[in-house]
Design a protein around this ligand. Structure first.
Ligand code: FE2
Ligand code: FE2
Length: 123
């Protein structure tokens, strides 16, 4: 047991919760925007800001096992939804979008498998 650590959910249920939620949304959007604009350093800093707001509002779960299980659900959904989007994009004749959705669907599948492996190995 350590004495000092980041507390999760310190702003949840407080008058600050909405500000933190809005900032979390803004910061996460900025990560993608800055990466697209090739500003990797700025994207990384925005990601760090987003992570702190995520902690403050208690978006993440209190245990590693819960976080892994929760994220596995998201990865599984993203895996299926991106493939579906790929098919829609192909039907619409937008080849670049179809290719990217198809490829990133596989990335989401890999994310799922990584988390699944950790879960099986340690829990
Ligand atoms: Fe920021
Ligand atoms: Fe993912």
């Amino acid at each position: 047991m350590v004495k000092y650590e980041h507390e999760i959910g310190i702003t949840k249920g407080t008058p600050v919760e909405n500000y933190v939620a809005g900032n979390f949304e803004g910061e996460t959007n900025e990560v993608g925007i800055y990466l697209a604009e090739v500003f990797k350093r700025l994207a990384w800093e925005e990601a760090e800001h987003a992570a702190r707001f995520c902690e403050m509002n208690g978006i993440i779960k209190p245990t590693l096992k819960e976080n892994i299980e929760w994220m596995m659900g998201g990865e599984k959904m993203a895996n299926a939804e991106k493939r579906e989007a790929s098919e829609k994009a192909a039907e619409a004749g937008i080849e670049t979008a179809a290719d990217f959705f198809r490829e990133s669907s596989k990335d989401e599948g890999r994310h799922y498998k990584i988390l699944e492996g950790i879960l099986e190995r340690y829990f």
